[in-house]
Design a protein around this ligand. Structure first.
Ligand code: BGC
Length: 268
């Protein structure tokens, strides 16, 4: 059996009823963590994730909460305290897209994406830090007081026409993460981000469902395949584990090389 990188760790994964969040929750449990599987509206899916984890001998519970509201975060952290006795790892992952051409974008869609993808991550991270401090350092458990992973995106760096709300939120996550990491490292709180590229999930079905779309998308991915949620989850396990204890304030891109300006392969 491979070493369980997250043995004994208590983790909260937001937006874990589907896609990348679900894969992270499952991989964390596989690596030995107990997991709170947060969802906002997909109750059945979230309970299925928890159930799958339990059936494989892991510990997981599904908890409903809207992370973009302070009350939602209170519920969530109350549940993790009650059910798991504390928190060691937060994966602030919940996110969505509401795409539109710039002048067509409604204020509602701008706000929704900023609220969930940026403010939601801020609120959860703030509460996690408070809890880490209350719990105190337990060096048997981890050399870190606590660990936070943000789910960012290649679009924290790659501008994205037709998605200004999403790119603005992810750009915000980058500097939220880096500023927090700088502020909190002396307390042994480790803050990092994972930044997926094109991963096959429901958020981007249009980009890979048809052959034509796939072909177009693959031009942007030097490694020649679209990512799977498990590609991201494996990296997240390592970044949340103490194997990466000296990694602080870093964004780990999991993108098959999408960040490498692939359009320049034949030009420039
Ligand atoms: C977005 C996807 C997109 C990918 C690469 C992600 O952050 O959510 O819709 O396919 O970036 O552009």
């Amino acid at each position: 059996m491979t070493k369980q990188l997250l043995a004994g760790q208590r983790a909260l994964v937001t937006g874990a009823s589907s896609g990348i969040g679900r894969a992270i929750a499952c991989a964390f449990a596989e690596a030995g963590a107990s997991v709170v599987v947060n969802y906002r509206s997909s109750r059945e899916e979230a309970e299925q994730v928890a159930c799958d984890i339990q059936q494989r001998g892991g510990k997981a519970i599904a908890v409903q909460a809207d992370v973009s509201e302070p009350e939602g975060c209170d519920t969530l952290f109350g549940a993790i305290e009650r059910e798991l006795g504390g928190i060691d790892v937060l994966v602030a992952n919940a996110g969505l897209q509401r795409d539109a051409a710039f002048t067509e974008m409604s204020l509602g869609d701008w706000r929704k994406v900023i609220d969930v993808n940026l403010t939601g991550q801020f609120l959860c991270a703030q509460e996690a830090v408070r809890r880490f401090r209350q719990q105190g350092l337990d060096s048997q458990r981890s050399p870190a007081l606590g660990k936070i992973l943000f789910t960012s995106s290649v679009h924290q760096a790659i501008p994205w026409a037709g998605h200004v709300n999403y790119a603005a939120a992810k750009g915000g996550v980058k500097l939220l993460m880096e500023s927090m990491a700088q502020e909190l490292a002396e307390e042994k709180i480790r803050v990092n981000a994972i930044a997926p590229g094109a991963i096959k999930t429901a958020i981007n079905t249009d980009a890979w469902e048809s052959e034509e779309a796939q072909e177009k998308l693959l031009k942007l991915i030097p490694y020649g395949r679209i990512g799977e949620p498990e590609d991201v989850a494996k990296a997240a396990v390592w970044l949340a584990s103490d194997e990466s204890d000296y990694v602080v304030g870093t964004t780990l891109f999991i993108d098959g090389g999408m960040m490498l300006y692939p359009a320049f392969r034949e030009g420039g």
